[in-house]
Ligand binder design. Sequence first.
Ligand code: AMP
Ligand code: GLY
Length: 424
Amino acid sequence: MKLLLVGSGGREHALAWALAASPLCDALYCAPGNAGIAQVAECVAIAADDIAGIVGFATEQAIDFVVVGPEAPLVAGLVDALDEAGIKSFGPRKAAAALEGSKGFMKDFCARHNIPTAAYGRFTDIAQAKDFVARQGAPIVVKADGLAAGKGVVVAMTEAEALDAIDMMMGDKAFGAAGAELVIEEFMEGEEASFFALADGETAIPFGDAQDHKRVGDGDTGPNTGGMGAYSPAPIVDKALAARIMAEIIHPTVAGMKAEGTPFTGVLYAGLMITSAGPRLIEYNVRFGDPECQVLMMRLKSDLMPALLATADRQLGHFDLRWHDRPALCVVMASAGYPGSYAKGTEIKGLDALPDTAERVIFHAGTARDEAGRLLAIGGRVLGVTALGADIAAAQEKAYAAIDRIDWAEGFCRRDIGWRALKK
Ligand code: AMP
Ligand code: GLY
């Protein structure tokens, strides 16, 4: 099969790595890709959100199957456009991608289908939003309705912080149209976990769990990022809890979306709070997590391609997956300054001496090569050093041993990825 992967991050490098290894893959293209993806795929200079460009390329090249990595093109309707052009793909259509694209939609949907999540209100008026905060008190959580690249959530420990967040999102329009509507919700307490399931519109099967580290600094301090590291499995998600998550959250979601005429096809990524009362949904994403995808791909023993095809072909009913028992851990290296401003074009050396093995892969995110072949950092998150180990401690040791051999003065990473699992 001729495959086209859409995206350019560490998640997409992990997907490209798994797809390229499939016996079903004859040719792999990636739009637009990065320097790491270029090792296993032919990168084409089409932006991930250029829907017409992607459909045009897929048509010209007679692509058999398109795998969409990031949320923006899904929410913008890439899968709908590919369907119209008769091209098979992995990912939800626009109406189902609203589970991530609109937090208000997601909350109302959960209310209609009794899916456990935080109590909430939806607001398009600043005064009413502030009045709600005054009545509810703090802690309270303020969220921009639309996509805001992971930055549209403020967990306010005081009323003043919540009021500031409302002014920032609605008054100053910090996230543009994404903040024209807000969801303000109950603060939930517990431990967070990410749970993944493949859904074919009717049937859902678990696709692993993980925990990530969103804060930039050691000890989970400093501002939120896209994710500075992850490990899988999540020790908190035992068999009984996984069964509850499927029964109380994933299956009702898939059934509800089908009943409403917007069946969900693709990967459902549930961000969960494991509270004393059980699992509750924080948010839905309609794509793989980044860097959670990196650890999932290293743990996946089965060929990824048949799983994605079965999802697109509504064949998950009798599908089975094999996983390595051993955990995987990913440490993200980022450009100094991230998630704030950072220098672009700094050189990374030392990767040639660290060839990928079945036990350790260095996935690329924001990388490019210059004409001389030098590897440059061109993004915030740049590398995802991922390792399998006998246990989390062994995987962590292997990842940091590789990081210590990477020569990149302008890069940094957290030194404590996996701490919560190790404490257990
Ligand atoms: P999100 O972008 O929705 O994943 O939110 C970012 C982070 O904010 C989550 O990973 C949680 O740590 C936190 N968060 C979001 N909603 C809540 C909530 N209702 N209660 C407590 N923490 C939350
Ligand atoms: N690691 C968080 C995300 O992919 O949204």
